[in-house]
Design a protein. Structure first.
Length: 159
């Protein structure tokens, strides 16, 4: 199984990098993991709607170039489906059972994802009703993917 994560922006904080490295190491037992960072657009705090759309469009074009052919695409979207950990594990398993062994998760930048990227999604997934910084969302996603593999392998993992 291959899990790809395409994320807008670079991790800057040491503690986030360490967490990503730790979960990457843990996941190596279950899958091949590839994390690709695409550059984010510099954007001032106050943007018009049109300027926001332009930023998302440019970031979206970078994301689309990194999606591998034949990959099942899951976007992180606050409006997406919310699942508990068992439900997320079952959803991933249903993709694997259907023959989709190459899954790409997409994490947008601080403004979210362009509609063109959202429309490519095979599944829209919401981590929570809460809003997280996109850098932290990467760590949470990796933890949940790891937890899903542990659940599917019937291995214990703290609750």
């Amino acid at each position: 199984m291959k899990i790809n994560i395409i994320a807008v922006g670079k991790l800057k904080e040491k503690y986030l990098k360490e967490a990503v490295n730790e979960y990457s190491k843990r996941l190596s037992k279950f899958c091949q993991l590839d994390i690709v960072e695409v550059s984010d657009e510099k954007a001032p705090d106050k943007l018009s709607k049109l300027e926001e759309e332009k930023v998302k469009k440019r970031e979206g074009q970078r994301i689309i170039k990194k999606i591998k052919d034949g990959s099942l695409v899951i976007v992180l979207d606050i409006k997406g489906e919310k699942l508990d950990s068992e439900g997320f594990a079952n959803k991933l398993n249903s993709f694997f059972i259907s023959g989709k062994s190459n899954i790409t998760f997409i994490i947008g930048g601080s403004l979210g994802l362009d509609d063109e990227v959202l429309n490519l999604a095979d599944f829209r997934f919401s981590l929570s009703d809460l809003t997280f910084p996109h850098q932290l969302a990467r760590v949470i996603l990796l933890e949940q993917i790891f937890r899903a593999f542990k659940i599917l392998a019937n291995e214990t993992y703290h609750k």
